[in-house]
Design a protein around this ligand. Structure first.
Ligand SMILES: *[C@@H]1O[C@H](CO)[C@@H](O)[C@H](O)[C@H]1NC(C)=O
Length: 145
């Protein structure tokens, strides 16, 4: 999965006269401001604690739908950038019944996603949630039910 991210730097220089100039700058990821440049101190402040953050994942379950069924949920949160791959698997086998929710924003600019799988109670053993994300450098997260 690919997402085209735009990074913009906005630089404003003001020249009041031949001896006085002032400059300010900011960095933007899409519509989100992530950097501010202070020309007086010569420093760049990072406004967000993240630049490439890894997801955390955890599992939960709820009864149903229907008799003797379980809905397994794999929650993945706190990742950036937005593209992520989440799938319920049994060994190498991707479970086609995996339902992906929408990728939702966390308050701090990172993302959250939930993937659910409905199974018969008693058939959940061996299932695992697998997460691929650019921040993981190929080391997928695998959580066994
Ligand atoms: C240049 O502009 C600055 C900022 O407006 C002002 O404080 C300063 O007096 C000006 N200098 C001259 C020589 O006009």
């Amino acid at each position: 999965q690919q997402e085209n991210l735009s990074f913009h730097i906005l630089h404003i220089a003001s020249f009041a006269n031949h001896s006085w100039a002032h400059a300010e700058g900011s960095g933007w990821l899409g519509e989100l401001q992530v950097h501010v440049w202070d020309s007086v101190t010569g420093t760049i402040r990072f406004l967000k604690p993240w630049s490439q953050v890894k997801p955390e994942a955890w599992l939960s379950s709820s009864p149903g739908p229907g008799h003797d069924h379980l809905r397994l949920a794999c929650h993945v949160s706190g990742f950036y950038p937005k593209p992520v791959w989440v799938m319920w698997v049994m060994g190498e086998q991707e479970q086609k019944g995996t339902q992906r929710g929408d990728t939702l924003p966390n308050a701090d600019g990172t993302w959250y996603l939930r993937a659910t799988l409905d199974v018969e109670a008693g058939k959940a053993a061996g299932l695992a949630c697998q997460v691929k994300h650019s921040s993981l450098g190929g080391r997928d997260i695998v959580l066994y039910w």
